[in-house]
Design a protein around this ligand. Sequence first.
Ligand code: GDP
Ligand code: MN
Length: 403
Amino acid sequence: MKIHEHQARQILHDAGVPVPPGVVIESIEAAAGAYKQVVSDAGLGEKGLAVVKAQVHAGGRGKAGFVKLVRSAEEATDAARFMLSNRMVSPQTGAEGLDVRKLLIAAGVDIAKEYYLAITTDRATRRNVLIASSEGGVEIEQVAEDKPDAILKEPIHPTMGLQAHQARRLAFKLGFTGKQVNEATKIMLALARVYDERDCSLAEINPLIVTPPTDEHPDGRVMAIDAKFSFDENAMFRQKAIADMFDPTEENPSELRAHKFGLSYIAMDGNIGCLVNGAGLAMSTMDIIKHHGGEPANFLDVGGGASEEAVTEGFRIILSDQAVKGVLVNIFGGIMRCDVIAQAIVNAAKEVGFKVPLVVRLEGTNVESGRKILEDAKSSIPTMQAALDLEDAAKKVTAAIAS
Ligand code: GDP
Ligand code: MN
């Protein structure tokens, strides 16, 4: 589960990481007031620097023009107008882009240098790993590709956690000097604590910055000015505060609908809708569709105990996708009963109608009564064909679409 930058900044702030203050707005009219408030909260004076930032669950905002530095209420309003009336397209959004509903207006800071700092789980070593670079900022993906040596990694011990000496050593390697070393070390330790306590799957600060030297801070200050967090969804039962940060407007509407009925559904780019029970079977169904030259429109695992109502909803979701030109149902009934699936097909046929070819492969628990239900409904579902096995089903559905 992902959260917004402003929520991640709050978590960092609560953990003791210095983060410039900010205000979230949802309208163009609110921009001027928010600008005045943040520059005043940060003690920046009348034409102080602030930054207007789109709050969407995707990165690459800076390059897309959705992070803008402003120095007046008017500039803040112009930036807000642009971001709230255009869709944001970045390499992380796909061509259709994302609708922007919320903006963060934060106090701006002067930057002497940008660093990258993150923690994620490394499946190869089966440990969490602290990842850092002195070449942080909007080009970090390019740095990782061109200069892998510029990305430093420090494994985190599963029970002892990140040790202060590890963080210090990394701070030196990154080139922090003077008071920066302690500040950076503290931030790394705080990030590791948050990662652990909040069941994160990614906790990223990019950029972590050092501000230019001033009389008050001759070594500059180390601060987080952007943060991106993801969480392990399986841990949400014990992370109430995080679960409450969920923003449904950032999710694919079909995926959200499916989730409500306990179905796992992931939208994809192809044209063959799939309804399958079991994640493994769903994946092999997608593989075999591809093997026969087709492209799946979705992954849909109805699971073991889904009700007739939930499975019917699964068909509604698949059939509401305009790209779907054929549907493949592949059920190997164990706990899931074939008659439940068959009845859901009949319901969906009545309600929405299968205007596209439908290929059904049923096997397992209550297969006879399932087949009987479909046999009896055959005349009302003219596009339906039965398949003998998975191979046959994939061949039939790809052929039906091609013809
Ligand atoms: P992202 O592009 O989605 O990762 O958004 P970021 O919040 O990381 O902003 C992108 C870039 O904008 C940063 O790497 C900085 O170079 C710049 N930026 C963001 N906030 C500030 C700020 O307060 N002051 C200055 N000088 N630059 C900023
Ligand atoms: Mn960033």
